[in-house]
Design a protein around this ligand. Structure first.
Ligand code: AMP
Ligand code: ZN
Length: 119
């Protein structure tokens, strides 16, 4: 399954639900979180519907390598201050006990001057 018609992040990728886009390429999509915890807070997702990190396999190595290496570039683009005085936080919630609410693999990228609302 490349996308799940009931998944809100798949709908965002397909433009069926509006989002504030941070980045898009063939394989990944990034957009602002609607409830930001920090001055910079965006979500980075594969376009492919993968429910969480728990479903990752060897076929996803290139995709996840691309996604994770884009995170610091996009953090700077969105206004995070440079490492090490600045920096950013990457968080991923997986499964019920991991606090995951949306069942499409995503990482939160947060940064900017403290204090933050949460995190
Ligand atoms: P979690 O699955 O726990 O990592 O949380 C999902 C995150 O998605 C939360 O931080 C929500 O604020 C965010 N979120 C949910 N719906 C949308 C949406 N339509 N646009 C942007 N962010 C969203
Ligand atoms: Zn999805």
């Amino acid at each position: 399954m490349t996308h799940d018609p009931n998944c809100i992040f798949c709908k965002i990728v397909q433009g069926q639900i509006p989002s504030k886009k941070v980045h898009e390429d063939e394989h990944i999509y990034a957009f602002h979180d609607i409830h930001p915890w920090a001055p910079v807070h965006f979500l980075l997702i594969p376009k492919l519907h993968i429910p969480s990190f728990a479903q990752l396999g060897p076929e996803h190595v290139t995709l996840m390598g691309h996604m994770m290496t884009m995170a610091p570039k996009l953090a700077l683009q969105e206004g995070c201050n440079p490492y090490p005085q600045g920096g950013f936080r990457i968080v991923s919630n997986n499964g019920a006990e991991g606090g995951q609410e949306v069942q499409h693999l995503h990482v939160h990228v947060m940064g900017g001057p403290r204090p933050w609302l949460r995190g």
